[in-house]
Design a protein around this ligand. Structure first.
Ligand SMILES: C[S@@+](CC[C@H](N)C(=O)[O-])C[C@H]1O[C@@H](n2cnc3c(N)ncnc32)[C@H](O)[C@@H]1O
Length: 217
């Protein structure tokens, strides 16, 4: 597990519960986009759930779905448990330890109707991102949706001074990580067999890429 110094690191609230300012800021725009795509019922796997702020709010808003939080960091699993204990709701499963970059995790995580991922691709290497996307495609049920949110380079360029600073900060900590090209991510998703469904421009230069695993022939 990488220990990165992020400008927007989460901070403790009480006990194990942590809050991340970015998760507060982007929750509503993300929820508004998900509203356009999520099925009324089914199972949602969230990768890299972080503090747990997103999943408790999304589970409350999309109550017909069952939500499975996961993360690589044991402190985040504790925070997720604490958020669920504090605010519910009862359609959130107990959090699982899952390294989304480990080859083969989809062997034990199959048939998800939806997989969500927010703000991880820029914090991992291109090789790790390829593994993650390959496993996501394997873990989806036929017709399942993948909702991917984060910052990306577009046409090889970073789109704002803030993005340039953040990307440089990440690469200084680990030259293998940093913003991925949107066009490269699109290509990897296609190679994994995921079809484009929607592309949403989000606040602060972020994108939400929605793709779908085709139905079985
Ligand atoms: C910037 S935070 C985003 C958290 C949350 N998705 C959000 O948007 O608030 C990145 C998260 O990725 C998790 N993470 C880092 N590497 C991971 C990996 N290989 N597998 C799963 N989670 C990972 C970190 O523990 C952290 O929770």
């Amino acid at each position: 597990m990488r220990h990165l110094n992020l400008p927007d690191n989460s901070a403790p609230i009480d006990g194990a519960r942590r809050r991340a300012p970015s998760a507060e800021r982007n929750l509503e725009p993300i929820a508004a986009v998900l509203e356009q795509h999520l099925p009324k019922s089914g199972r949602v796997l969230e990768l890299a759930s972080g503090t747990g702020q997103h999943i408790v709010a999304l589970a409350a808003r999309f109550g017909g779905l069952t939500w499975q939080p996961t993360d690589i960091d044991p402190a985040n699993l504790e925070s997720i448990r604490a958020w669920v204990a504090e605010v519910g709701p009862d359609n959130v499963r107990p959090p699982l330890h899952l390294d989304a970059c480990e080859p083969g995790w989809a062997d034990t995580q199959a048939n998800w109707d939806v997989i969500c991922l927010t703000n991880l691709l820029h914090l991992i290497s291109a090789t790790e991102a390829e593994t993650l996307l390959t496993e996501v495609a394997r873990a989806l049920s036929p017709g399942g949706l993948f909702c991917l949110y984060g910052p990306f380079r577009r046409d090889g360029a970073l789109t704002s001074d803030g993005d340039k600073r953040f990307d440089a900060n990440l690469r200084a900590q680990d030259p293998a990580i940093g913003y991925k090209d949107f066009e490269w991510v699109e290509q990897v998703l296609a190679e994994c067999g995921l079809s484009p469904r929607a592309l949403h421009t989000m606040p602060a230069n972020n994108l939400m890429i929605v793709t779908r695993r085709p139905d079985q022939a």
